[in-house]
Each structure stands twice: as C-alpha cells, then as structure tokens.
Design a protein around this ligand. Structure first.
Ligand SMILES: [Zn+2]
Length: 316
C-alpha cells in the first residue's frame, strides 16, 4: 500500500472514526495515521468541526421553524384582525352613508308642497316642496309608477342627517313625465301618502266637455239616467290618447244622481253597465265602446239599449 492509497483509505474511515463506530484495530490505524499525516489530520479536524456545525444548524432550523410558525400565526392574526377591522369599517361606512348621504324615505306628514306646475304640451308635472325637519336634509327624490295602479305616480323623498356645519338642503324639486290622466301622491311606501296632484281635477271642465260630447253623439245614452264616470287615466287606443268612462244606469221615478267626494250617488237604483265608453282627447273626437263581454272596442252603439234592458232585469 503506497502512501496515497493509505490516505484514501484513512479518509474513507474518518466518518466512522468520528462517530466512534470503528473496530479497535481500525480506530488505532486511523489514530496512528492522523498523528503522522498532516493532510489527513487537517481533513479530520474540518470534518469534526463540520459535524458540530451541522448539529448546531439542526437547532437553528428548529428555532427558525418556531420563528416561522410564530410569524405565520402572527400573520394569520393580522389578517383576521384586518378583515374584522375591514368589516367594521364597511359597516360604519354604510351606516354613515345611510344616515348622512342615502337617507330614508320620509313620511308625507313631514313635508309641504310649495307648488305643482303641469305642462299641457309635454304632460310633465313639476313638483316643488320642502321637508319640515331641522338638522335633516333632502338626500334624494324619486318618482315611480304605483305597483297596483298604472294611473298613480308616487313621489318618494329621502331625508338624511345633516353633517354638522354643512348647509341644509330642505327643499326639493322633481319633474315627473307623462302625468296626463294620472294622480300623483307624495308617498312614503311604508305607511302614508298624500295626494298632491290629480290630472282629472285640473281637467274637470275638459272631462265635462268630453261627457257632453258623448251624450250628444250617442243618442242611445240618456244624460239623466246614464251616468258617466271617469275612473281611469289615459287609455290609448290605436295610438290615440283618450279617456274611458264607466257607465252606470240609474232607475226610479224622478231619480237623479250626483257626485259626492268623487263617488257616484243616487236617490234611485244603480246598475253598472258591462261596457265603457272611450273618447279620444284630440279633435275630432273619436268615440268607441269597450265591451267587457268581448274585450273589444267597437263603434256600434246599438248594444247600449240591450245592455240597459239586461241590467234592469238583474238589478232593478
Ligand atoms: Zn494521510
């Protein structure tokens, strides 16, 4: 065995020597060689130190792992707190928005209408009003068609708390298109509403003229015993705007009828006809009968006599 080969063998045995697992003979061999060979001794010293370093690094790893875990937990806690703070912030923000910006629908009792202006040309209604609450302001005004009645428009005013020192905006103005034939209410959808405009009231004369027109054109109708009642708003037939009148037959000797609070009242007997009379708003007036039995409009007025006879049989 030459010197070089001997060194190689010794270096192969070094790990076992350091771990103290070599036989006594092997151990002695390595020990003797290390006493003689400076190079192998140097390697031995480095290996031993290296193992010590490795051992230390195990502890380091444990410590680093623990630190990492703590950091992870801290991060998780930070994220959780962040989310909670975020939720709280959003909640406060939405609450503040609701209180100061968006507002709540206001009951009609807390508002006054200053004026309403109807434009005959466009059919638009402009409503000006104000809220009677201090330290609150108008945040929004909307109008919407009533869910149950297409001839009713509801105006809803939202009020919000005024931020200290900010200027109060207590008045409101809203333009509602196409109010022709309709009623407009100042409404808080939850509980109350107040009528602010009724197209029929302001066009009473026009409606009376239309009624007279119907009586004069339809000889089958009798002004004294056949009452015309405008219940709906505008009805469009073949693209033409018109008004529909319900018909009630009155019976009884010398019986008459009148209107009380918009209700048809009579000292005789009253029977509803099962048809309506429609008249166009534009001149020359077009008059049609809307038959409830067929669901159709027609310009033949001869059914009126028969329908009156039927009603008399049933009601009188
Ligand atoms: Zn050696």
């Amino acid at each position: 065995m030459n010197e070089k080969c001997n060194c190689d063998v010794i270096r192969d045995l070094l790990p076992g020597y350091i771990d103290n697992i070599l036989s006594d003979t092997g151990s002695k061999l390595v020990k003797n060689h290390l006493g003689e060979c400076e190079e192998c001794h140097k390697i031995y010293t480095e290996m031993e130190e290296g193992i010590e370093k490795d051992d230390l690094s195990v502890y380091d790893t444990i410590a680093v792992d623990a630190l990492k875990k703590i950091r992870k937990r801290t991060n998780r806690l930070k994220i959780t707190i962040g989310i909670l703070v975020g939720i709280l912030f959003m909640f406060l923000l939405s609450a503040a928005l609701k209180i100061y910006v968006i507002g709540t629908a206001l009951g009609s009792g807390y508002m006054s209408i200053l004026d309403t202006a109807y434009d005959e040309e466009t059919g638009q209604l402009t409503v000006n009003g104000k809220i009677n609450l201090s330290s609150f302001h108008v945040s929004k005004v909307v109008w919407e068609e009533d869910e149950n009645d297409p001839n009713v428009v509801n105006v809803i005013v939202y009020y919000a708390e005024t931020i200290p020192f900010a200027k109060d905006k207590t008045d409101f103005s809203v333009v509602i298109p196409n109010v022709k034939g309709k009623k407009v209410y100042l409404a808080c959808p939850e509980y109350d509403r107040m009528e602010i405009y009724d197209w029929r009231t302001y066009h009473y004369e026009e409606l009376e003229n239309l009624k007279n027109e119907i009586y004069s054109k339809i000889s089958e109708l009798n002004e004294k015993t056949d009452a015309l009642n405008c219940m709906q708003g505008i009805t469009t037939v073949d693209g033409i705007e018109g008004i529909s009148f319900n018909v009630d037959f009155i019976d009884g000797e010398g019986a008459s009828y009148w209107w009380f609070n918009g209700m048809l009242t009579t000292d005789g007997e009253l029977a509803p006809a099962d048809f309506e009379i429609w008249i166009s708003l534009e001149k020359p007036h077009k008059i049609l009968i809307y038959d409830y039995q067929t669901g159709e409009y027609m310009d033949d007025f001869s059914i009126i006599v028969n329908r009156r006879l039927t009603a008399e049989k049933i009601y009188f």
